[in-house]
Design a protein around this ligand. Structure first.
Ligand SMILES: *Cc1c(COP(=O)(O)O)cnc(C)c1O
Length: 391
């Protein structure tokens, strides 16, 4: 029997991140001492009061379907958060709760893009964006950036990429995989271009709370009414509350887009898990002080890893301003990223994600969402490996 796979599905690239991760896990299972820098999730536990709220909801029998776009209490709590933290005035009806920030991105793209549309994506990019665009039948238009501009797109570069077919510009600040963060002026310059051209912005703000050195996260939607009318703001609970496995995210959008996404969700996933939503209410309305200690710990690891990477001959690394990744440049060591990571795993048992997965072959992604002891051990091994190449 030959199975016909839809063009849509066949066009997808399998995830390199997952392949590396699977190999590292297998090596660990075989008893090898592997250091994993591949993690795309915090290494902290979900704060207890959030777990308690979900557990209480479960015990109380809150186990049935909810409205497909989320319980009113949570949509209100999200609208309140957007007002309080970002100065944004969304009605709860403009907020759609979904099964993860990733699902919110997917819903946004499916609701706004179709065949022949173009979506502008700065590289290095979160690897799911181009694949989601392809699933929508639209065309990813990649804008390459390098460490020389801290991986930021210049306004002229964005302007030159816009065509009459451009539907969406994807902005992710702070960024996965580079940790780069746009300033208010930079966000405004890019936002102004989109507003002028009538291009929508999907602003993925999942790392909002993870910023360092007193840097400021700016939501493009907060810049003016016009900016807000052009923005679909994507967010979630995974990173700031360490709730990756809960599968809860949200978006806030202009009413017609929110309505379209509500319809899509009602026919695909229906509601996100009922009792998980109760946990999310506790996350947004409860104490936020866990963030202080998490940020202090991430900052300590980032400082160590950044200095150590730059001390290795042949490697250079701009410092991240947010998220929990560093994106060192390995181009001087003479191997492309896939080969580099394969050999690093084979010879030194260190798992890092090749930059090619994010559209940037001269780099690796190092996640510091792992213990300081692991970071020290893993980077010592990376140093030893690099020395065998830098001859
Ligand atoms: C982690 C992440 C998300 C959302 O993850 P979920 O687990 O689906 O909530 C979205 N965008 C980026 C860039 C991420 O790194």
């Amino acid at each position: 029997m030959t199975y016909k796979i839809s063009k849509r599905a066949a066009s997808l690239s399998p995830s390199l991140t997952l392949a590396i991760d699977a190999k590292a896990k297998q090596m660990k299972a075989d008893g090898l001492d592997v250091v994993g820098f591949g993690a795309g999730e915090p290494d902290f536990d979900t704060p207890q009061h959030i777990k308690d709220a979900a557990a209480a909801a479960l015990a109380a029998g809150f186990t049935k379907y909810t409205p497909s776009s989320g319980i009113p209490e949570l949509r209100q709590a999200i609208a309140d958060k957007l007002q309080r933290d970002n100065g944004l005035a969304y009605k709860p009806s403009q907020v759609i709760v979904s099964c993860g920030g990733k699902h919110s991105c997917y819903n946004t793209i499916i609701a706004t893009c179709q065949s022949r549309d173009e979506v502008i994506i700065p590289a290095p990019f979160w690897l799911s964006y181009p694949e989601m665009v392809k699933l929508a039948g639209a065309k990813p238009v990649i804008l390459p950036t390098t460490d020389r501009t801290e991986f930021k797109v210049a306004p002229a570069q964005l302007r030159a990429a816009i065509t009459p077919r451009t539907r969406l510009f994807i902005l992710n600040s702070p960024s996965n995989p580079t940790g780069s963060l746009y300033t208010r002026d930079e966000i405004k310059a890019l936002g102004d271009i989109c507003v002028e051209a009538g291009v929508l912005i999907m602003s993925d703000e999942i790392y909002e709370k993870l910023v360092y050195d007193g840097s400021e996260h700016v939501s493009v939607a907060s810049l003016s009414q016009a900016h807000s009318e052009h923005t679909i703001l994507v967010h979630g609970f995974a990173k700031a509350y360490s709730m990756t496995g809960w599968r809860l995210g949200y978006l806030a959008a202009p009413p017609p887009i929110a309505k379209a996404i509500d319809a899509i969700q009602s026919h695909s996933t229906s509601n996100p898990t009922s009792f998980a939503q109760k946990g999310a209410v506790a996350a947004l309305t409860g104490p936020q002080d866990h963030l202080h200690s998490w940020l202090a710990e991430y900052a300590r690891r980032r400082a160590y890893a950044h200095a150590k990477l730059n001390s290795i001959p042949g490697i250079s690394c701009v410092n991240a301003k947010g998220a929990f990744y560093l994106f060192p440049n390995i181009s001087k060591l003479g191997l492309k990223s896939t080969e580099f990571c394969a050999q690093l795993l084979e010879q030194e048992k260190v798992a890092a994600v090749p930059g090619i997965a994010f559209g940037a072959d001269d780099y690796l992604r190092i996640s510091y969402a792992t213990s300081m002891a692991n970071i020290e051990k893993g980077l010592d091994r990376l140093e030893r490996f690099a020395k065998t190449l830098a001859r």
